[in-house]
Design a protein around this ligand. Structure first.
Ligand SMILES: Cc1cc2nc3c(=O)[nH]c(=O)nc-3n(C[C@H](O)[C@H](O)[C@H](O)COP(=O)(O)O)c2cc1C
Ligand code: SF4
Ligand code: SF4
Length: 291
């Protein structure tokens, strides 16, 4: 059965694991902790409250980083520091040519999977494209996709015919994206990379759609990457155009070893920033209701 394995010799019957289990799977019966029902989501909350190291799992591992394992820090970091750090992250659109080490890439992926996931599904998968030449190959495929799309969108007749097989998608595209893509394609002819902004590395977060909320899970994982990369002096930019293309073009997905039915949740351009921000960002006003 999936779930925690209790070491009876170490267990003091403190009940902490029983009380915390969100699925009410554990119970103290006849002087031992027992699993009373199926449905463990492998969240490891029981493991995390056991002071006596009496719980282990066959299915789980400790995330490990190039510096070893993480420490349990809950009180020592000042909120001001965290907020300031989050605030100082910006989308980076100018990268140095320097490559990113595989060690750092490994640490970023390990950080990604520390994100929360609905029902603890953790179905995220990753593709790392490391090296500018490989990034350019993907950019070329995406460029060709957009050349075809713009050819359809700029033709009024084709735009309306497309409604038969694509609903209003092409009309929306024409209204919202056509002009900026046209500009990007023109710039590409001049050797400018408006898609990946010259990044030497790309990280793609994708998954099947089997979990409870796979899109959100994938996006939280991607944001972890963005934040941890920032802490390492790296820059990232979410490339929505690339995600959208991959989700429409199965041939490109196939080249990246992403299964046809998987959905791409985020494409992150990654590299060392060739720009230094001297101020934190400004934001639009927003609505919030405190009830
Ligand atoms: C889902 C998503 C898609 C995005 N797509 C792109 C993109 O295709 N190209 C790009 O240069 N920036 C893209 N961005 C970056 C946004 O433009 C940027 O986050 C926003 O302007 C705020 O700036 P900041 O990230 O520096 O705070 C995307 C961001 C998100 C969250
Ligand atoms: S938290 Fe650990 S020591 Fe306490 S009852 Fe559970 S397994 Fe036993
Ligand atoms: S891993 Fe989570 S769901 Fe499973 S027994 Fe422990 S606390 Fe309960």
């Amino acid at each position: 059965m999936t779930g925690p394995i209790i070491d009876k010799d170490k267990c003091t019957l403190c009940r902490k694991c029983v009380d915390i289990c969100p699925k009410e799977i554990l119970s103290l019966q006849n002087n031992e902790i027992v699993i009373v029902q199926d449905g463990c989501i492998l969240c490891s909350h029981c493991y995390c409250v056991c002071k006596f190291d009496a719980i282990r799992f066959n299915e789980l591992k400790k995330p490990a980083f190039s510096f070893g394992h993480t420490a349990l820090i809950q009180d020592e970091i000042k909120p001001f520091d965290i907020i300031s750090f989050i605030h100082s992250r910006r989308s980076v659109r100018r990268f140095k040519a320097d490559t990113v080490s595989t060690e750092i890439l490994h640490d970023l992926i390990e950080s990604a999977v520390l994100a929360p996931s609905a029902s603890n599904c953790q179905r995220w998968q990753f593709v790392v494209i490391n090296g500018r030449e490989k990034v350019l190959m993907l950019a070329e495929d995406i460029k060709n996709f957009f050349i075809k799309l713009n050819t359809i969108a700029e033709n009024p007749l084709l735009r309306y015919v497309s409604m038969v097989f694509a609903g209003k998608k092409i009309l929306h595209y024409y209204k919202n994206n056509y002009e900026s893509v046209k500009l990007g394609l023109e710039r590409a002819k001049e050797g400018k990379d408006l898609l990946f902004h010259g990044a030497p590395c790309i990280i793609i977060v994708h998954s099947d759609m089997e979990g409870s909320m796979p899109v959100e899970d994938g996006q939280y994982a991607a944001y972890n990457i963005a934040l941890v990369a920032h802490s390492m002096g790296l820059g990232t930019c979410f490339i929505g155009y690339a995600s959208a293309t991959l989700n429409s073009a199965h041939v490109i997905k196939e080249k990246l070893h992403i299964l046809k039915h998987n959905r791409v949740h985020a494409v992150l351009a990654l590299g060392y920033p060739d720009i230094k921000f001297v101020k934190n960002s400004l934001r639009k006003d927003y609505e919030v209701k405190f009830l």
